[in-house]
Design a protein around this ligand. Structure first.
Ligand SMILES: Nc1ncnc2c1ncn2[C@@H]1O[C@H](COP(=O)(O)OP(=O)(O)OP(=O)(O)O)[C@@H](O)[C@H]1O
Ligand SMILES: [Mg+2]
Length: 234
């Protein structure tokens, strides 16, 4: 079997004494898109923070492209071609749109090509490069966050609730962008979503997280949405 893009073996983590994730196992093959769904407070964001290294696991191992990163600092995981689009607003409000985008660039020769590719997905970013990012609308700021994550040419992309508060046409556009990125280069994505339909339009597999454990998982296909909605119902 080819080396996994991301593998979690028995990962337990949380805040102080309170453990939020309990023995989570996950494997994503290169180019695979996994949607992780679950009710509020079930540990979805904690999962991504743990994978990024912002929370050290209490137990278990995390491998990215075959390398054990369990004790590796977040910035060094980012250098391993991992990009993270967090749930909370994460742009620098006082920097311009262009300056925010440049933060996503690694200084390599492909930078110009990456900028061109990404601004083609989100044309307004090219036109409003000199505007302070804090003056963009909420939806525009989300697109800026996604553009910045894609600009680093990641091999593994972690996305936390990007569709929250976006208008339907923008959600459709984001889905297209992510599908195209996966099709044209081997991008692996772990996407957290409340919008089940959007998540399943991008993902090939899904997992449901409840109280820090994966309680259901499967391939995306007929019946997947109903199975997931059952878990999300009160
Ligand atoms: N910094 C923190 N310190 C202490 N507890 C936290 C912290 N962040 C989150 N928690 C707790 O961990 C649990 C899981 O939170 P998490 O943010 O991972 O949930 P989530 O599944 O992403 O929820 P949502 O769908 O609302 O974004 C919650 O009970 C939350 O209160
Ligand atoms: Mg969350």
């Amino acid at each position: 079997m080819a080396e996994a893009a991301l593998q979690l073996d028995g990962v337990t983590s949380g805040y102080g004494e309170a453990m939020v994730l309990r023995g989570v196992n996950l494997t994503l093959a290169p180019g695979e898109v996994l949607a992780v769904l679950g009710k509020n407070g079930m540990g979805k964001s904690t999962l991504l923070k743990t994978i990024m290294g912002f929370l050290p696991p209490r137990d278990g191992q995390i491998y990215i492209h075959g390398r054990d990163v369990t004790r590796v600092a977040p910035y060094r995981r980012a250098a391993q071609s991992v990009a993270y689009s967090p749930q909370e607003q994460a742009i620098f409000q006082d920097l311009t749109v262009s300056e925010n985008l440049r933060l996503g660039l690694r200084s390599d020769r492909r930078s110009a090509a990456a900028t061109e590719r990404v601004t083609a997905f989100f044309p307004f970013l090219g036109k409003r490069g000199r505007q302070p990012a804090g003056t963009l609308s909420g939806g525009e700021q989300k697109m800026l966050i996604m553009a910045r994550a894609l600009l680093s040419n990641p091999r593994l992309l972690l996305i936390d609730e990007i569709s929250e508060g976006l208008q339907p046409s923008v959600i459709l556009r984001l889905g297209e962008v992510l599908r195209r990125e996966c099709a044209t280069r081997e991008l692996t994505i772990l996407i957290i979503e409340q919008n089940v339909r959007f998540a399943l339009s991008v993902a090939s597999r899904y997992a449901v997280l409840a109280r820090g454990e994966i309680v259901d998982a499967g391939a995306v296909g007929p019946g997947a949405e109903t199975a997931i909605q059952d878990h999300l119902a009160v």
